[in-house]
Design a protein around this ligand. Structure first.
Ligand SMILES: NC(=O)c1ccc[n+]([C@@H]2O[C@H](COP(=O)([O-])OP(=O)(O)OC[C@H]3O[C@@H](n4cnc5c(N)ncnc54)[C@H](O)[C@@H]3O)[C@@H](O)[C@H]2O)c1
Length: 435
């Protein structure tokens, strides 16, 4: 332990990052910039090639930083997992999706841990960062690693530390966001905390008593968001019936300086976290004969929102004596939230699928996503122009990217379904239908 401690303090510890995606790459770069030598491991050869050429593929990571680190030999990437044996510290940042039946799919964690097992060396510290159910580190990762005959604490160290990165967030970054750490043993927690305090302020590292507590902490954070988003989504449906503007109500409630936190309704939840993570908890809860009712209810409410948006399109067209079938609808934004390039589980995709089923002629624009495959069909992002927008029967603002000129869009469009309140302040009751 002392040896690794010294290496961390001297920034001589070699860091390996398995999974160079939205979580792994920014962290690899942050450690590189703070003086550590980092090697990224991935199965995606395109990503490896880009990094080694000094090119970023994640909007929050600057190409100049990658180029600088590669030139300084502080960052490299490889698919040769035997090099894991040369690392002192290994992060696991691989995907944790769910199966069709909404059960956790931790096969990526298992495969990454298997690669570590094959190359495990005495004194290494392994930190799992992929979001997962409480117990994964202790029940899955550690037994695989101990399959080598080596033991935690005596031979190697293990911790779980949830990732809180928020793509597109310019205020809260890796450097200033507090980091929770739960080691399997005291030594594991101490080493992991010391490591994180090299890239973020020491007082922002928050140790907890076990990996389970750290794993559940992450699920609590995301379940909290899912449940509160569901609450405002439900309120939105009620407000429409009651003829009350939900956005005005939320703005008013947000003036309360204590005891209230602002959440916004929308076309549904998307991304790799909010729609998935709560299910990891409800799945694990079943092992304890426990039903997580809030999670189920929130999921039910949020999943319904794309259908609700499609129904708003249908009724607004109906009012204009137009059938859905063969109507032209432009969806603005397929990223799951504004100003990012990530379409995973985006509600826009579900909306487009529903429109296609209703035989609508659908097109989309997204400045961050040039093409996308939906229902087996490839779509290319359409240029926004006065001519194109005015040809559409309806424009849906599904993602409120900052670069859109909402005034022009409303002026040129025949009908706008605004799911994000992006047209706030633009008065045009005839054209705009807000959520
Ligand atoms: N994206 C976010 O905003 C965010 C935030 C917090 C936590 N998380 C969690 O972090 C984890 C990673 O998410 P992400 O968004 O970075 O995913 P991602 O898909 O962007 O990146 C994962 C990377 O892992 C690679 N990979 C898959 N299997 C591998 C293997 N066996 N060995 C090596 N590489 C492998 C993939 O090729 C990919 O490059 C997930 O558990 C996610 O829930 C994500």
């Amino acid at each position: 332990m002392k040896e690794l401690e010294k290496k961390i303090k001297d920034k001589k510890a070699k860091i390996g990052v398995i999974g160079l995606g939205y979580v792994g790459l920014p962290m690899a770069v942050e450690f590189g910039l703070s003086g550590f030598s980092v090697c990224g491991f991935d199965i995606d050869c395109e990503k490896i090639e880009k990094i080694n050429k000094g090119i970023s593929y994640i909007p929050d990571v600057k190409t100049e930083n990658i180029a600088f680190l590669v030139k300084e030999k502080k960052l490299s990437a490889t698919s040769d997992f035997s090099k894991l044996g040369d690392m002192d510290i290994i992060f696991i940042c691989v995907p944790t999706p769910f199966t069709k039946a909404k059960a956790p799919d931790i096969s990526y964690i298992i495969s990454a841990t298997d690669s570590i097992k094959e190359n495990l060396k005495k004194g290494q510290l392994i930190i799992l960062q992929s979001t997962t159910y409480p117990g994964t580190t202790e029940e899955i990762v550690v037994p695989i690693l101990e399959g080598t005959g080596m033991k935690v604490d005596t031979d190697f160290f293990v911790a779980f530390s949830p990732e809180r990165i928020d793509p597109g967030n310019k205020v809260w970054t890796i450097k200033n966001t507090p980091k929770v750490v739960g080691g399997l043993t005291e030594k594991s927690t101490k080493l992991s905390s010391l490591l994180f305090s090299q890239i973020i302020e020491e007082e922002k590292v928050f140790p907890v008593s076990s990996p389970k507590a750290a794993e559940l902490c992450k699920l609590l954070e995301n379940t909290f968001r899912a449940v509160n988003i569901a609450l405002v989504n439900e309120l939105t449906l009620l407000c429409r019936r009651m003829g009350i503007d939900v956005w005005e109500v939320i703005d008013a409630a947000s003036t309360k300086p204590f005891g209230f936190m602002k959440f916004l309704p929308g076309p549904g939840v998307g991304g790799h976290c909010i729609p998935i993570d709560p299910f990891y908890l409800s799945w694990k809860a079943r092992e304890y004969d426990f039903s997580t009712k809030f999670i189920e209810l929130a999921a039910e409410t949020n999943i319904m929102m794309p259908r609700y948006v499609a129904s708003l399109v249908s009724s607004a067209l109906n009012e204009r004596k137009k059938p859905m079938k063969n109507s032209k609808v432009l969806v603005l934004g397929v990223a799951f939230k504004k100003d990012i390039d990530d379409p995973r589980y985006s509600p826009s995709i579900f909306i487009i699928e529903l429109l296609l089923k209703a035989e609508v002629s659908v097109s989309y624009n997204d400045p961050y996503i040039p093409s996308i495959v939906i229902s087996g069909k490839e779509f290319n992002s359409k240029e926004i122009s006065k001519e194109f927008i005015s040809e559409q029967d309806c424009v849906i603002i599904a993602t409120d990217h900052t670069s859109y000129n909402y005034k022009d869009i409303v002026e040129w469009a025949n009908l706008v379904i605004d799911t994000r309140n992006a047209t706030a302040g633009i008065e045009n009751k005839e054209k705009i239908v807000r959520l």
